[in-house]
Design a protein around this ligand. Structure first.
Ligand code: HEM
Length: 134
């Protein structure tokens, strides 16, 4: 008889389950390709080079989903709503942002369950970032 003894099952984080750092790098890279070609979103990003913004978002997601906490070592507490105050996040920006995120998630080829978990989080987080009417 096979017996699974208590304490021998290693729980994996969501970060590990979906493939670790490489998956989050692919996700955010694809997302920023969308942003780079978006006439509404691209002008909102203060830096000429989107590379550093891509790195910040990647490290944030890695940390959020249970990977290394490099984001907070570099940037401190996320305080995401506060960090978005300088930018006009209205319904149109929200919709565009989520559209690029949807495309990026679709290309990862995750299991349906993982995909839904990620998408649910993104839609919730994006809605909570809206800071301007219209
Ligand atoms: C809803 C539409 C959104 C818009 C238009 C938007 C736009 C922006 C812009 C313009 C920046 C500055 C780029 C930079 O220099 O880093 C930024 C930063 C960032 N955004 Fe968003 N964002 C949105 C939603 C979200 C959501 C839902 C998340 C999290 C799931 C998120 C996570 C971040 C992070 C981690 C940073 C970098 C924060 C830091 O400075 O350390 N954003 N966003």
């Amino acid at each position: 008889m096979t017996e699974i003894r208590r304490g021998t099952l290693q729980e994996q984080t969501f970060y590990e389950q979906v493939g670790g750092e490489e998956t989050f790098r692919r996700l955010v890279h694809r997302f920023y390709e969308g942003v780079a070609g978006d006439p509404l979103l691209r002008p909102m990003y203060p830096e000429e080079d989107l590379g550093p913004a891509e790195e910040r978002f990647t490290l944030f997601l890695i940390q959020y989903w249970g990977g290394p906490s490099t984001y907070s070592q570099n940037r401190g507490h996320p305080r995401l709503r506060m960090r978005h105050v300088p930018f006009k996040v209205d319904q149109a920006a929200h919709d565009a942002w989520l559209r690029h995120m949807r495309d990026a998630i679709d290309e990862l080829g995750l299991s349906e369950e993982h995909e839904q978990t990620l998408w649910k989080y993104m839609t919730y987080a994006a809605a909570s970032m809206i800071n301007s009417p219209g």
